[in-house]
Design a protein around this ligand. Structure first.
Ligand SMILES: Cc1cc2nc3c(=O)[nH]c(=O)nc-3n(C[C@H](O)[C@H](O)[C@H](O)COP(=O)(O)OP(=O)(O)OC[C@H]3O[C@@H](n4cnc5c(N)ncnc54)[C@H](O)[C@@H]3O)c2cc1C
Length: 411
């Protein structure tokens, strides 16, 4: 009996359509943007076309207007979308909106779905997620923002948030705040939906980061905002998922988001390796093509190995997710691996391009500075490795071997 790596024909076909979409539509649209085209017009046109072709919200169920793809087909699609800045945006599956749509879908009341989820699914609005504070990030249970009930109808929130991605372009914010300081640690927080702009949710600034500010970065990403939350009044109707459930909902949201970043990384790394290979096959030094040097071939080989491992990890996780098996250990392993993988491949591509790689004449330099954040966002490396390591010990204590925590169920 053989292990079956055959991808179902339907999933293969959709991946092919999306690959074509990215190459034929998103990459040229990206060039128009870089040439000074209007972002809203270009993205608007792209989205109308994508939706008309049924390329819209890949993992959202069909009854909500999405493609209803399962974990495997979605992973294949996302791996293609990361090749262009406009890939995910064109199909309305960009972060941080996509994971928050899932949260609203799973936990929203009918009123919340109608008022907030519908325009998000239609691509008419954008949403941001405000959990991290200067006071607390990796250990989100240290958040200080308070929500106090004012009668039966409203909550009043006070505190601060920072690194709320896309807040300055968002129409809605999902804000976490402490509702019950006396409850058990993970039940102290609740999640609130806030319509923006709102005088109680003031964007203090978009934080300057190490990421290169290309012509597209602010319009596409919307920056990462520092936010003052002062006497922010939120109707009790806009409490999401019930009091005390904010933390668990946040974790559910991050679990999906972690995978999506990794999937986009595969496409970016693939593009970087293609660019590096194209360059070394053209460029000669000391009388020989760079591609003929064994040292250069080794560099390409290492990148190919990393990409291969990345793809296998994602396919295995998708396989487990399709069968509703527990993916937490693999998710943490892959989250860390994929962030390092893309960094290594892009770094190698820069090296092989020489000064050209360091310049902004190729997208490599911008990618390099953007992807550094991936070792921090959605839980820094050390926290995931902490969890993974604990699971290794637990598996050993339970089974007398660590295999179950190290991909052993592949065997
Ligand atoms: C580009 C970017 C976008 C972001 N977008 C959002 C967003 O949209 N919404 C949002 O709410 N947040 C967002 N964040 C915040 C992000 O989730 C936090 O930065 C992250 O959780 C880490 O928290 P921190 O920065 O406070 O670091 P800290 O919690 O202060 O940790 C600092 C460092 O300490 C180490 N460390 C922490 N705990 C441990 C441990 N137990 N063992 C060993 N080492 C440890 C790690 O190396 C970590 O990097 C974003 C961050 C970035 C950089």
């Amino acid at each position: 009996m053989s292990i079956d790596f055959e991808i179902p024909a339907e999933a293969k076909a959709i991946r092919e359509r999306v690959r074509q979409w990215v190459h034929d539509e998103c990459v040229p649209a990206e060039k128009k943007l870089l040439a000074g085209g209007d972002y809203k017009t270009i993205l608007g046109e792209l989205r109308v076309k994508a939706r008309a072709q049924g390329l819209w919200c890949p993992f959202i169920p069909k009854e909500y207007g999405g493609m209803g793809l399962g974990p495997l087909a979605n992973a294949l699609v996302q791996m293609e979308l990361g090749e262009s800045y406009l890939g995910a945006l064109s199909m309305n599956t960009q972060g941080p909106d996509d994971a928050t749509m899932l949260t609203l879908l799973e936990h929203g009341t009918p009123h919340q779905k109608e008022k907030y989820l519908k325009p998000l699914l239609n691509g008419e609005k954008r949403i941001c997620y405000s959990m991290t504070e200067k006071a607390a990030g990796a250990d989100a249970t240290g958040m200080q923002t308070r929500a106090v009930k004012d009668g039966n109808e409203n909550y009043v929130l006070n505190g601060e948030k920072w690194f709320s991605s896309a807040a300055s372009v968002a129409d809605i914010a999902v804000v976490m705040a402490k509702t019950d300081p006396d409850a058990p640690r993970h039940s102290q927080y609740s999640t609130f939906i806030v319509e923006l702009p709102n005088p109680g949710y003031r964007i203090v600034r978009d934080i300057e980061t190490m990421a290169v500010h290309g012509p597209l970065s602010s319009i596409l990403g919307g920056g990462h905002s520092e936010v003052e939350i002062k006497d922010l009044v939120v109707s009790a109707d806009d409490l999401l998922g019930g009091e005390g459930n904010g933390f668990n909902m946040g974790q559910h949201r991050l679990a999906y988001g972690r995978l999506r970043h990794g999937m986009h990384n595969v496409a970016m790394a693939q593009r970087a390796l293609d660019m590096a290979t194209a360059h070394v096959t053209k460029r000669s030094t000391f009388g020989q093509k760079l591609s003929s040097r064994q040292g250069v071939q080794w560099m390409l080989a290492d990148c190919a190995s990393e990409l291969y491992m990345a793809r296998l990890m994602l396919l295995h996780i998708a396989y487990k997710a399709e069968r509703k098996l527990d993916i937490r250990q693999e998710n943490s392993i892959a989250k860390v691996f994929l962030a390092h993988m893309v960094h290594k491949v892009v770094d190698t591509a820069i090296q092989l391009h020489g000064a050209l790689g360091y310049s902004q004449d190729t997208p490599l330099a911008a990618w390099y500075t953007h992807i550094r954040s991936q070792r921090l966002v959605d839980g820094p490396d050390e926290v995931h490795r902490w969890t993974v390591g604990r699971n290794v010990i637990k598996a050993y204590e339970r089974d007398g071997t660590t295999a179950a925590a190290a991909g052993g169920d592949l065997l």
